[in-house]
Structure formats: C-alpha cells, structure tokens
Design a protein around this ligand. Sequence first.
Ligand SMILES: [Zn+2]
Ligand SMILES: [Zn+2]
Length: 333
Amino acid sequence: MAQPFLDRDLRVKPINAWIDPPRPQGRAIITHGHSDHARPGHGAVLATPDTIAIMQERYGPDCAGSFQALDYRTPLDVDGVTVTLYPAGHILGSAQVLLEHEGQRIVVTGDYKRLPDRTAQAFELVECDLLVTEATFGLPVFQHPDPQTEVVRLLRSVEAFPERAHVIGCYALGKAQRMISLLREAGYDVPIYLHGAMLSLCALYEERGIALGELRHALDVPKEQFAGQIVIAPPSALKDRWSRRLPDPVLCMASGWMSVKQRARQSGVELPLVISDHADWNELRQTIADTGAHKIWVTHGAEEALVYHCRQQGLEAEPLNIQAFEEGEEEGD
Ligand SMILES: [Zn+2]
Ligand SMILES: [Zn+2]
C-alpha cells in the first residue's frame, strides 16, 4: 500500500486532525471518554453523541471550542477524507475510527472488546488496509474468563459473609456501570450502593438508556445497614478512610489486571474479579486477522509481543510507542 495518510502520532495528515491527542490540538477525533483518550482543551472535537456527553459531564460543557456529533456508520466528508465511526464495544459511545482517502482504508480501534456488554454498543468489525490496534492485554497470559463466572464468585462471597460489606473497586466511567449491569443480569435486584464519585456517570448512563436498577448513594447510610450489601467505589477508595466506615469490608477489584495475582495481592484485594473492557490476547489476534489488514500498528500496551505475533503471520507490523499519558495510569482496564 502507498504511504499511509496517517502519521505515527495518529495525525490524519491531509486534514491535520488528531485522533485522541494527549495535548490540545485544533482538530481532534475522540474515540471514547476515558481520560487517556479524551482530554479537554481541543479546538474542534468530532465524536459520537455519547462521548461528547461524557466529555461535557467530566470536563464541563465548554471543554472544547466546538463539538460535532457523528452517529455510528454515518460517513462524514472532512475536506476529502471520509470519517466513519463504528462501535468499539469498550464503554458507552466508544468508537473505532475508519478513515478513507484515495482508496486507502485505515481503522484506529481505540480501546475495544468483542464480548457482549449491555452498557456499550456492540463491537463491529471493519475491514481495512492499515489497522491501528490497542494492545493493553497483548500478552498470551491474558485470557479473560467469562465475566458472569466472576460475578457468580462475587455473589457466592456475598452469601457466605452476610455480616460484611463487599466493596468493589471500579473505574467510574464504564467499569462501574458494566459491573452493575452484570450483577443485574445475574439476577441481583436489590439496591446497589455507590460512592459519590460514581453518581454522575451512572446517572448519565441511565439518561442515555442504560438501565442500572436501583442505586443508592452510600453517604449517610448507617454503618450497620451495609452488612451483606454491595458497594461500588473508585479503586482509590479501597485504600483510604472511606472504606473503613464499612463493616469489615471484603475488598474486591474488577479489572483485567486482576488475573495477575501479584497485582491483586499488592493492592490488598481480597476478592479479585477478572472483568475487563479490553480485548484479551485471543481477541486481539482474531481481530487483526478478521480485518484483513496487511499493515498493523500496535499502541497502548504490550506492543512488542503483538508485533512479533503479526510478523510471524507475514504481516507488516510496528509498535507506535505513543506517549499518551501525562498523568499516570490507564483508565478503564
Ligand atoms: Zn478506555
Ligand atoms: Zn485506553
């Protein structure tokens, strides 16, 4: 294929627009609302309606000069480059970006997963020549279990310790709502308690059509009422004073990283739940094969292993080594 019209910093050269730029840019296409992808301060932002709503909820209504909402599967001509967004299955509103120019098709996946998730529009496969894929869990050791088996383990523990509260560390955007939704799917229909940091995004999901059942703010609830209950809190709250006001809490954490036993132990997690919003090793490999792309750029994660795998398959593959994070950790794993 000809030289890609996308450069390695994910700048769409003919239109000088950046995908998920870490620093403020004039034109930005945003794949989803996590803070390592969506940042405030851009001139013009193009994104799905859900992603725009999330950005405005988190950063304020004027967090970009202007917003243009683009629905899924609706091609938009931007000065000769056709931009189309497709669901990425990662969180509400998350999109893969298809760019078409002079016969070349480039897909930037953003973060994605292919497992069913009632809180995110289902991943759609898009064929392309160049695929820019994330690789958060791009090592063969990462093979995510069925999330419902993790929820069953959680509910067994809740049953076994009726005098204790189960507090689950979840990122406020995406993971919290997915966790709640998985619990509802498993038939858990009593109120779920929320740390204050979870309230606004859960409300946003509900406003945008994702039913989460009865949720209660954990503030002002007497300590003894938490016995036998499930509380959703940000990961940081597991360690601080906040969780100490719960009765003998069982500390849980819902994350793809929880398959790494040492990581669970270090964070003091008693009940690790391997629930990920990213593709695992098999899904990454499958997706690369399914898109039919001959050229693969790997970013966001364990790049070398996936690059090696692609080359073994006869594909042209390179790591991007984008310095995406200014403030520490990936969100929403
Ligand atoms: Zn993400
Ligand atoms: Zn990410």
